[in-house]
Design a protein around this ligand. Sequence first.
Ligand code: MG
Length: 370
Amino acid sequence: MRIEQVELRYVRLPLKRHFETSFRRTQERHTVLVTVWADGVEGWGESPVEDGPWFSYETVETAWHVLREFLVPLLLGQTVERAADAWDLMARVRGHPMAKTGLEETLWDVEARQKGVSLAQLLGGVRERIVCGVSVGIQDTLADLVSQVEGYLAQGYRRVKVKIKPGWDLDVVQELRQRWPNIPLMVDANSAYTPADADRLVALDGWDLLMIEQPLAHDDLYEHSLLQRRLRTPICLDESIPSPNHARAALELGSCRIINIKPGRVGGLAQARRIHDLCQNRGVPVWCGGLLETGIGRAHNVAISALPNYTLPGDVSASDRYYERDIVLPPFRLNPDGTMDVPRGPGIGVEIDRPFLETVTVRRETFRGL
Ligand code: MG
């Protein structure tokens, strides 16, 4: 496919309700969408950045800069045989996986459309539906948390993950477990703990959690390996796994027993699939987390979740979990049994709600090849 034109779009989409992790509270989603035209076919991707360097060092402005000055010039006017080759073509640019993801995903969408298959099929997906979990942020009170969890369970979500931090952890898990002894339950600390907190984390072992996600530093593998030896509950790593090399090191060290593979964190779908394959070969289950993506990034996350080793429920929830109105049609919906259909149409399998997208676009820039 010959890359004829690329467009970047800075989008601000209001969240239905604030989302709080151990590091910050968000009211509005800031993200960068990428559109590519190749052989006359349009493809869409998302760089799931934020307005500041919180989950990752990347921001709207760093992604814009790296895409505009480096990544787009590398690909514009070039002929790329397969979307899976794009990672290597972008390898000269070090880091910046979210910026790369937005551009890389567009090519997967184009290739799937050209071949008349769904993105999930092109990636090697084997599922028609994925099982959905929900991620619930830190609340002002335990009563608020309980009522939210109750609502999500009533909607059908099959696994509940709650964000924790020191002081919002043991009581929270105890309260939820006493109310719902049998639901699949897990916690995510987003690196809020240090090795000195190990006893506090070991105290979570008695509550039959599916996993404890990213308890220690975002760039650590070694301390996690020591903690995992003390815990019966599996550790799942998220922030600590930015690449297949990190995944291999984590598994060799015993730093975790589960990996959350987010395309945006690892530089796109090809890298996500490499980590998936590595884990599959070693019998390590994976699942797909979320970065509050709009329907575009969500569509890519749904497609990758159809791969065979995505065996645990992910955070890929319905559009209405986060947004009053999503920018794709139809929006992603939860089935009553807590699953979500993997789109079957060509490419990402959803349409862009163009009139609405215009109302939430705050900046746009187009680049044309020669
Ligand atoms: Mg996480």
